[in-house]
Design a protein around this ligand. Sequence first.
Ligand SMILES: *[C@@H]1O[C@H](CO)[C@@H](O)[C@H](O)[C@H]1NC(C)=O
Ligand SMILES: *[C@@H]1O[C@H](CO)[C@@H](O)[C@H](O)[C@H]1NC(C)=O
Length: 225
Amino acid sequence: MFIQKNLWLLLPIFSLNIAITLASDPDPLQDFCIPNPTFASIKTHHTFHTILPCKNTSQVTTNDFIFSNMKTSGNFSEIGLAVIPANPTNFPGLNTLGMSFARTDIEVGGINPPHFHPRATELIHVIQGKMYSGFVDSNNRVFARILEQGEVMVFPRGLVHFMMNVGDEDVTLFGSFNSQNPGLQKIPSAVFGSGIDEELLQKAFGLSSKQIGTMKRKLDPKQER
Ligand SMILES: *[C@@H]1O[C@H](CO)[C@@H](O)[C@H](O)[C@H]1NC(C)=O
Ligand SMILES: *[C@@H]1O[C@H](CO)[C@@H](O)[C@H](O)[C@H]1NC(C)=O
């Protein structure tokens, strides 16, 4: 009787585990799978990272497992942000391994606007600078504070997170993702830069047509100054 009762209690836990397992990248079927460059045209499409044929292992070299393009920061955008992602599109060795990586630099006063990764939890390590950093859970509770050099923070999968340099030097941080294709949705551009009907945006945010226009101009890459 006791055991039976407890088994029922465990059922939701089992189903939760199954959901978690199905949510991650598939397990590799071989040691590694360096994408075959014969199919390089597929790689130029940003939704690549699904399944690509592997190179013959005899053609695989050490350099396929090394990424050398994040020794220095990328180019800073208008909001003081420079991100260099490393995923199978530019770092072939990661393919099928269920992980990816990024270097982020933020200028003094710069921000990484609220965004989320639908398919990955992100673990960041601040190696220089001081930044206000946090995320929002699905009850709209904010978990945020100032991180200093050496600190590590985790942004749970699918939750909105953000950063702002509040120090007096550039922030440099590295982030790892438990998916080779974490996905990225920036809240400002998803809302104002995506082409959602303007009347809906006015009603949703209580903004005038003019204010919506301002937001759209700010976020539409085609109209960038
Ligand atoms: C891989 O390359 C080796 C050496 O060139 C060759 O012997 C082998 O047949 C190739 N395998 C496939 C599946 O093409
Ligand atoms: C930064 O911009 C320069 C000049 O446009 C370009 O040559 C370089 O590749 C860019 N660097 C990165 C990491 O995108």
